[in-house]
Design a protein around this ligand. Structure first.
Ligand SMILES: [Zn+2]
Ligand SMILES: [Zn+2]
Length: 388
């Protein structure tokens, strides 16, 4: 009987431990999971307190270059580029994206600086670099009773991600973003075909998290007269309307995400990029269809902006569903890492004048920055102002 009990005990032990041993390293698995948890916690909460980077910023309003410390500069970018009422994790994602964009362009990060204003790392023009506003401008645009808490939210988003940047295989990413994708973001290769910009981390991803944006679906109505006038500078396309007043407009090519890449305007007509027609007609995006109603052409559009990279309203929606800023960034920029800029190999923090050049040779590619890379911030055009 005693022998039998020993057999039962031995069998019991084998049944319990053998599968775990076969599955491999079960004891290590537990340790690794704990380590991963620890690492994730660390990555989430440790801002970089390394040396500060001073940027040369061309202030469009004043027509001069001023020096602003990176984190201070970012406060002005986040307040200008995203509604302060957005979720704190969305604001943090915006801070990391804005920091990455700025560093990649700056001399400290090995970039070529602002392409429009020599001697400046960045300018404050929406059509060139990132929009920036000073604190008093920000405080005055917000409702008086919210202003102090809004500024606090922005400062918290910047300071809690201090020094953190997005990288792909060790290099700063081209951190483009836009207001609202309207269902799917766009691959950079489709948006900037002419400049040949393409990155593995800037692919199209599904996004319905921006449904709360006023631009998720919207309409622009143009009278035939207004439509013809908008295209009037483009004489080669005339006539733009057929005898029956139907618009002479034909989609030649759409991207897989549904945005118009090429369109034929007029008769015999001329090919335009979707971006060009969007600009001429003042449409919020290249994702549109049209119909005629009476003496008007109604353009039904989805989204606002070029659609590449982070969808800002989508970031807010994802944050509302529980994603933190790392999850948001890794959703829109696939395959990236978020790390401290001061830990990047060869990075000097902008203090050593020789280092940026070395870094540029070693691993940095010149920043590809078409003039229209950064869309004008939507709230300047959107009715109802900031936060709409
Ligand atoms: Zn610029
Ligand atoms: Zn979206």
């Amino acid at each position: 009987m005693k022998t039998f009990l020993i057999y039962i005990a031995a069998l019991f032990l084998i049944l319990i431990f053998l599968p775990a041993a076969i599955a491999g390293d079960w004891w290590r698995w537990e340790k690794t999971a704990a380590e991963i948890d620890h690492l994730e916690e660390e990555e989430e909460i440790v801002p970089d307190n390394g040396e500060s980077i001073v940027l040369k910023i061309y202030k469009a309003g004043e027509g001069q270059i001023v020096e602003i410390e990176m984190e201070e500069y970012l406060t002005g970018v986040v307040s200008a580029e995203m509604p302060a009422s957005f979720h704190p994790e969305a604001l943090k994602a915006q801070a990391v994206v804005a920091r990455t964009y700025a560093l990649r362009k700056s001399a400290a990060g090995g970039g070529d600086g602002c392409q429009s204003h020599s001697g400046a790392d960045l300018c404050t023009e929406s059509t060139c670099c990132q929009v920036w506003e000073d604190e008093s401008t920000a405080l005055h645009k917000w409702p008086a009773e919210e202003a102090a808490s809004y500024m606090e939210r922005i400062r918290e988003a910047v300071s809690s991600t201090r020094g953190l940047v997005a990288t792909y295989r060790g290099d700063l990413i081209s951190a483009v973003y836009h207001s609202t994708c309207g269902g799917k973001t766009e691959a950079a290769a489709e948006v900037w075909r002419s400049s040949g910009m393409e990155h593995p981390y800037l692919q199209s991803v599904e996004c319905t998290y921006c449904r709360h944006s006023p631009y998720y679906e919207s309409e622009v109505a143009l009278t035939f007269t207004a439509y013809a006038a908008a295209l009037d500078s483009e004489k080669e396309v005339l006539p733009v309307l057929a005898e029956d007043q139907a618009p002479l407009l034909e989609v030649v090519e759409r991207s897989p995400s549904g945005r118009i890449l090429l369109v034929r305007v007029g008769r015999p007509g001329r090919l335009y990029s979707g971006n060009k027609l969007r600009e001429l007609l003042g449409l919020p995006s290249t994702q549109f269809t049209w119909r005629v109603e009476g003496d008007k052409i109604i353009f039904s559009t989805r989204g606002y902006g070029h659609g590449a990279g982070m969808c800002q309203y989508g970031a807010n929606g994802l944050a509302g569903e529980g994603k933190d800023y790392l999850g948001i960034l890794k959703y829109y920029y696939q395959g990236i890492e978020v790390e401290s800029c001061c830990s990047l190999s060869g990075f000097s923090g902008g203090q050593d004048e020789n280092a940026p050049a070395q870094r540029a040779e070693a691993s940095y590619q010149p920043a590809v920055a078409p003039a229209d890379m950064m869309d004008a911030p939507y709230f300047r055009i959107a009715p109802g102002g900031q936060g709409g």
